[in-house]
Design a protein around this ligand. Structure first.
Ligand code: NDP
Length: 302
């Protein structure tokens, strides 16, 4: 009898629609905090933080990303430069440009927009950026520092996910986190950050990938499930423990617009909290790029 009374209450609790974790609103708040810090930096140092973006070739999505990043810079008082190379440029051409930007005292952050054309050696290019100006945190020195728990810059998307959790007061300490995806840009560094000591860390992290067996069962153990695989609506309700926090990093172009890696409507009914796509992790990634550019300026000017 008791069971029959409690069960519907539990069921209705779990069927409550998830809290929507609004990345757009949080990014606005972070940007207004940054605007204040940028003003203070300029007053104290007489220099304006400056981000140089390098765009190679004519990838339409990259054009949009770079334009959005430049607009975001301007909105918080950070200067932005755009340097273009043609799609037939060589690795040497790009290395020359990077060497010039490395030396330019007015440039604090350098961002090489990926992907690069196939003829280019990505790893040589990313290793050529001055580690003190490496606002994407892709340079081996910055990756090594992150792994050792003494980061200079935190990579932008993982940092955005961590801030989303911290600012929404979602505890990570002692929690079971499952990350879908092991890329160098998202899954791998995020797994390191969430398992490290300190605020937004201390989690027990499992990283899944295309060779993981019983994927849905592994994901279903997560208190916090993070999807970064680039497969539209791949994560269905069967992957999600009732009440879990679901963070969707995916950006997939589909009919009718952009969708995430999570089947939002189905998972919303099971999860305790969930990020939308668009309007979740994406805006935070850009906010973190701005934060890193200010940090680079602080490192170089003070
Ligand atoms: P990658 O393609 O570099 O990596 C994808 C990862 O997912 C790989 O580790 C791959 O496994 C794994 N994977 C792919 N398919 C499956 C599957 N069916 N089952 C299990 N694992 C799978 O992607 P990124 O990390 O660069 O990006 C992931 C997504 O996040 C994309 O949609 C991208 O657009 C988006 N993104 C969003 C950003 C934002 O600001 N919101 C920023 C960066 C990326 P394996 O290693 O075995 O191949």
């Amino acid at each position: 009898m008791g069971f029959m009374l409690v069960c519907p209450i539990l069921t209705s609790l779990f069927l409550m629609p998830a809290k929507i974790l609004d990345g757009k609103q949080l990014a606005q708040q972070l940007r207004s905090e940054l605007t204040e810090e940028v003003i203070e930096f300029i007053q104290n140092n007489g220099a304006v933080p400056c981000l140089a973006a390098v765009l190679v070739g004519d990838n339409a999505a990259s054009e949009v990303y770079v334009r959005n990043k430049q607009r975001a810079c301007e909105a918080v008082g950070i200067e932005s430069q755009l340097h273009r190379l043609g799609s037939d440029a060589s690795t040497e051409d790009l290395l020359k440009l990077i060497a010039k930007l490395n030396k330019d005292a007015e440039v604090h952050g350098i961002l090489v927009q990926l992907p690069l054309p196939p003829q280019m050696d990505k790893s040589r290019v990313l290793s050529a950026v001055n580690p003190n100006k490496d606002v994407d945190a892709f340079h081996p020195e910055n990756v090594g520092r992150l792994v050792q728990g003494r980061p200079r810059f935190l990579p932008c998307t993982p940092q955005g996910v961590q801030q989303l959790l911290v600012r929404n007061k979602i505890e990570t300490a002692g929690k079971r986190v499952v990350i879908l995806g092991r890329s160098e840009i998202v899954g791998r560094p995020l797994s390191i950050m969430l398992s490290q000591h300190g605020v937004g860390g201390e989690a027990t992290v499992t990283v899944c990938h295309s060779r993981t067996r019983d994927l849905a069962a592994v994901c279903k153990q997560a208190d916090i499930l993070i999807a970064a695989i680039g497969r539209a609506k791949f994560v269905t309700a069967e992957f999600v423990k009732p009440g879990a926090v679901v963070i969707d990093v995916g950006i997939n172009r589909a009919e009718g617009g952009v969708v995430g890696d999570v089947d939002f409507e189905a998972v919303k009914a099971v999860a305790g909290a969930i990020t939308p796509v668009p309007g979740g992790v994406g805006p935070l990634t850009i906010a973190m790029l701005l934060r890193n550019t200010l940090l680079a300026a602080q490192l170089l000017e003070t």
